[in-house]
Design a protein around this ligand. Structure first.
Ligand code: AMP
Length: 221
């Protein structure tokens, strides 16, 4: 199975990607995480990407597409794309590159969330500096404040999670990424999940939706 996750920042895509990957035995390819790793490693690509990340703007398509295609080629056949595609040209490039490899997207799962809820959620977000596991001080706190449950690493607030940058990221989502809902709907691949429910419930609904897809039954209303 090959999935695309869509939804505004704050909808919990990163967290759900990990849950779904565990449940379905898929690999997660998260472009934001890859960019942040390249920035931390101070690679050439990281230096190009940093100013876009800090401003909440999209990294240019040519850089991003090449990076994702490389990750697909290196990994297993089943994957979840988190944070990609984010523009119509990226979605078209993905479709083309997969077709060249005899593959296609199985579904685009869109997490639906109100903008103000998204901003409130992100303000509470913390990420493990070592293994990137995401937390939220209100909705999904670690067992020990400031410490990662998985690896014991320190939890930090990302620079792009300041309110001003979050609002810019939401505006970019509405402008550039929301048109992808239509792109995947036209192909019969779009499935929507309400992301305002508690985390575990969102996962269950997403799994149900994907099972229905496998069984060939119609999407739940
Ligand atoms: P994320 O963690 O998915 O919210 O991504 C963080 C930042 O990485 C975004 O605000 C962009 O600057 C950059 N980024 C991630 N994915 C993409 C993409 N598909 N296209 C362009 N820029 C991206």
């Amino acid at each position: 199975m090959r999935l695309v996750l869509l939804g505004p920042p704050g909808a919990g895509k990163g967290t759900q990607a990990r849950h779904l990957a565990d449940r379905l035995g898929l690999q997660v390819i998260a472009t934001g995480d890859i960019f942040r790793r390249k920035v931390a490693e101070d690679t050439e690509l990281g230096r190009v990407a940093k100013r876009y990340l800090d401003a909440g703007e999209l990294v240019p398509d040519d850089v991003t597409i090449g990076m994702v295609v490389a990750a697909i080629d290196e990994g297993p056949a089943g994957f979840i794309l988190d944070g990609f595609p984010r523009t119509i040209p990226q979605a078209e490039a993905l479709e083309r590159e997969l077709a060249e490899r005899g593959m296609a997207i199985s579904a685009a799962l869109a997490f639906v969330l109100d903008d103000e809820v998204a901003v409130a959620r992100i303000a509470g977000r913390r990420t493990c500096a070592k293994c990137q596991t995401p937390y939220n001080v209100v909705f999904n706190p670690p067992r020990v404040s400031g410490v990662c449950d998985v690896c014991g690493g320190p939890l930090v607030q990302r620079t792009d999670e300041k309110e001003e940058t979050v609002r810019r990221r939401l505006a970019v989502y509405r402008e550039s990424t929301a048109p992808l809902l239509e792109f995947y709907a036209e192909r019969g691949l779009l499935r929507e999940v309400d992301a305002s429910a508690p985390e575990s419930e969102v996962t269950e609904r997403a799994v149900e939706t994907l099972k229905a897809l496998k069984d060939g039954s119609p999407a739940p209303a």
